[in-house]
Design a binder for this molecule. Structure first.
Ligand code: F6R
Length: 368
């Protein structure tokens, strides 16, 4: 089958039209994901209220290391917190996405166990191990078995609202962890950063939201750029790395398509070599560089040089963080990616909300 230029142009025009049609987007979004994502600033405010009312006993202070255990949308909150506190937390913090916990976990470890549903088997296994080892624990969940276990065992429990796809509950999942670390004396209070983040996200909700036309909407333009390509999201080993991982997983789950991420400077020591592959391979890739003013100056230079090496890519887009505080900068990057992943879903004609493959896997595992 041959495709004429006019066909290509017409399909581009038609695709773009979906993103400028409130009706088309409403049809493709019966679960209201655009609204849920738009509401992130309010969710953060609510999460601050929930965390403010939570009880974090003094016995949780003074641990020698911190672990965040969870999977998927309930794990990314741990990455977000780890990057936000990296330059002030005096003890190591590790994010574990597995059934098992590392051997170092003991009674001097503070373990946050997060599962939005409360029923993820790997997370429940990690809960059991943390209990066995006598770790100090906090559970964050909307209910399920995890809430039952924490209640039975007298483990501090932060109960977050039900009814969200886990990946859209990022605010509910990371804010209580950060508030707990501040209240227990591990890090400073991040209140000021949250105020700034809320203001920036509220502004972004307008400029990235469905009513903002493609001609001026960065998230819609990024979705068009990634459409038909495999997105490669590159951050660096700071807050942009956590944001890059979030972009990748949101594109997977919302847009139902492949996406990969990596971080500078490490990618310069392996992945960059792959750009020597033939143009026919590289042209299938669309690169998004996530940039932040806190990036190490040498990383900034590395990004510039690497961009010239990736000339074979279908294109390279750059997204800059906004704000002064780390919270605002990280969340501003996350927010662009969250919206872009929804618009990409619409371009593929898929409903961003259900993740049938994950549900299928969980059901099959539950049967065996
Ligand atoms: C679904 C999602 C998934 C889940 C993961 C773990 O929206 O984001 O990645 O987060 O399957 O489930 P929970 O979060 O319930 O522990």
């Amino acid at each position: 089958m041959t495709t004429s230029t006019s066909d290509v142009e017409r399909s581009d025009v038609e695709r773009k039209a979906v993103l400028d049609s409130a009706e088309d987007m409403a049809r493709l979004d019966p679960g209201g994901m655009l609204k849920i994502v738009s509401d992130l600033p309010q969710q953060i405010r609510d999460a601050l209220g929930i965390a403010g009312r939570a009880d974090f006993p003094a016995s949780l202070a003074g641990a020698r290391c911190i672990v965040s255990a969870g999977l998927g949308g309930s794990a990314i909150g741990g990455d977000v917190v780890r990057e936000l506190v990296a330059d002030e937390l005096k003890v190591p913090m590790v994010v574990v996405r597995d059934y098992d916990l590392p051997a170092f976990v003991d009674r001097d470890t503070l373990v946050f166990v997060s599962s939005y549903s409360g029923n993820t088997e790997e997370t429940l296994s990690a809960y059991g191990i943390a209990r066995e080892r006598g770790a100090r624990m906090v559970c964050i969940t909307s209910g399920g078995r995890l809430a039952e276990l924490a209640t039975r065992d007298g483990v501090p429990l932060v109960t977050i609202p039900q009814g969200f796809p886990p990946r859209t509950a990022l605010g509910y999942l990371f804010v209580p962890m950060l508030v707990a670390l501040a209240r227990l004396g591990y890090v400073r209070d991040a209140a000021e950063g949250f105020e700034e983040a809320e203001l920036i996200l509220r502004d972004l909700a307008v400029v990235l939201g469905p009513e903002s036309p493609t001609s001026v909407n960065q998230a819609k333009r990024l979705a068009l750029a990634m459409h038909g390509k495999i997105p490669l999201i590159y951050g660096s080993s700071g807050i942009t790395g956590a944001a890059a991982l979030r972009w990748k997983t949101q594109i997977n789950e919302n847009s139902k398509t492949h996406a990969f991420w990596n971080a500078f400077p490490e990618l310069n020591h392996n992945e960059t070599v792959g750009w020597g592959a033939g143009e026919d391979i590289s042209k299938a890739l669309r690169v998004v560089l996530l940039k932040d003013k806190g990036d190490h100056p040498r990383v900034q230079r590395r990004m510039e040089i690497t961009a010239t090496l990736m000339g074979g890519a279908a294109g390279i887009d750059e997204v800059y963080s906004l704000g002064r505080s780390k919270v605002a900068r990280l969340l501003s990057l996350v927010y662009v990616g969250d919206f872009a992943s929804l618009y990409l879903a619409f371009l593929y004609g898929v409903d961003p909300k259900p993740v049938k493959v994950i549900d299928y896997l969980k059901n099959e595992l539950a049967r065996s």
